[in-house]
Design a protein around this ligand. Structure first.
Ligand SMILES: *Cc1c(COP(=O)(O)O)cnc(C)c1O
Length: 353
């Protein structure tokens, strides 16, 4: 027997969540599979999402791997290319690139090929991360529309506040002003905008987190949005003990029992990707019942409260997140978001699909 921790990836849930996107929007769907498909495994996730109209990611090697695996859809490089040396590869594999900087246009200028590339020109509409400033954008658009190395131009921007107030209005208005009457395809919406800002859907939507079954909103559960968890991280109790009132649990003795208590030790720690910052009291399932973590998470183990679980014993199944235990609740208790937990699943955790 090996260590009992594992991550189960439910590919049918991924397909369900793509249907939720389709119901919310008639736009074409650019499925975001960056960061190893948010930790779910790039090729397997893309396989389950093969009905998507395109895939978006960062690493050109991953893009090539998708092409080599037979995917024919547009594959979009969200940060574009990082040097002119990459341009022949983009052409060879028919990869679509974001253009977000003047430097990238200069590299294109020096590229001899004719009518090669599909590009997505990015406007910085307020995120101030990537993209052309509003005053630079029209010139960049004209430059690319008539560029000999460019076959087709899509216009894009990215929202900073799609999931909270005051929302997308200011960024949407700016983007619309700068792209009106251009007759070019457009793309703005991430998961939050897909679900709450239909006016932003335009030609292509770019769902990420919702595909993986997590809510983009602090005020709405994934379940209430019709989303199913894709990744379930589970393990087992490997030790059970009784402690007395006043006894402490774990490093730093941060939890001290008020009264006698039965506790269990779970084979899962921060080296598996469980957040060390999850506080005492973070929800967790043992034998399908909700209980709470106790004390600090250590590298390979964490402790749970077994009061109210008289049948729990060594070998009892523990669900850290996923089926029956929303990852969004665990993330909140750790002061982070589900994205970070999903991406941080450690390579040492065996994955079952
Ligand atoms: C990551 C990303 C998305 C997807 O965002 P979610 O919040 O996961 O839906 C969309 N567009 C861009 C440019 C991104 O970087």
């Amino acid at each position: 027997m090996s260590r009992p921790i594992q991550a189960h990836i439910d590919l049918s849930a991924l397909r369900n969540n793509l249907r939720v996107v389709r119901r919310a929007s008639a736009a074409r769907v650019m499925a975001v599979v960056k960061a190893n498909a948010y930790g779910h495994g790039l090729l397997q996730a893309a396989g389950a999402l093969r009905d998507a109209d395109g895939f978006a990611l960062l690493d050109v090697r991953d893009a090539v791997a998708l092409r080599d695996a037979g995917f024919r859809q547009p594959i979009l490089l969200l940060e574009g290319f990082f040097s002119r040396d990459e341009l022949p590869l983009l052409a060879e594999y028919e990869l679509t690139t974001v253009i977000h900087s003047r430097q990238q246009i200069e590299w294109l200028d020096a590229y001899p090929r004719k009518n090669g590339l599909a590009v997505w020109l990015k406007l910085n509409s307020g995120m101030n991360r990537l993209g052309f400033a509003p005053q630079e954008f029209p010139a960049a658009m004209e430059r690319l529309k008539s560029h000999r190395a460019v076959r087709e131009v899509t216009l894009m921007t990215h929202f900073a506040l799609a999931d909270e107030a005051p929302g997308v209005a200011a960024q949407l208005t700016l983007f619309e002003q700068l792209t009106a009457n251009r007759h070019l395809p457009r793309s703005l919406a991430n998961s939050a905008a897909i679900l709450r800002h239909p006016a932003s859907h335009s030609d292509w939507v770019r769902p990420g987190i919702m595909l993986y079954g997590s809510s983009p909103f602090a005020d709405a559960s994934a379940e209430s949005l019709g989303l199913q968890p894709v990744m379930t991280l589970s393990s087992e109790l490997i030790s059970v003990r009784d402690i007395k009132g006043g006894d402490a649990v774990g490093y730093g003795a941060t939890y001290r029992a008020e009264r006698a208590l039965r506790i269990g030790t779970v084979a899962c720690g921060y080296a598996d990707g469980y957040p060390r910052h999850a506080e005492s009291g973070t929800p967790i399932l043992v034998d399908g019942k909700r209980t709470r973590t106790l004390g600090r998470v250590s590298m390979d183990m964490l402790s749970v409260d077994l009061s109210g679980l008289p049948d729990a014993r060594v070998g009892s199944r523990v669900v850290l997140w996923g089926e029956g235990m929303p990852i969004d609740e665990v993330a909140r208790a750790a002061g982070t978001i589900s994205y970070e937990l999903l991406c941080a699943l450690a390579p040492r955790v065996p994955v079952r699909r």
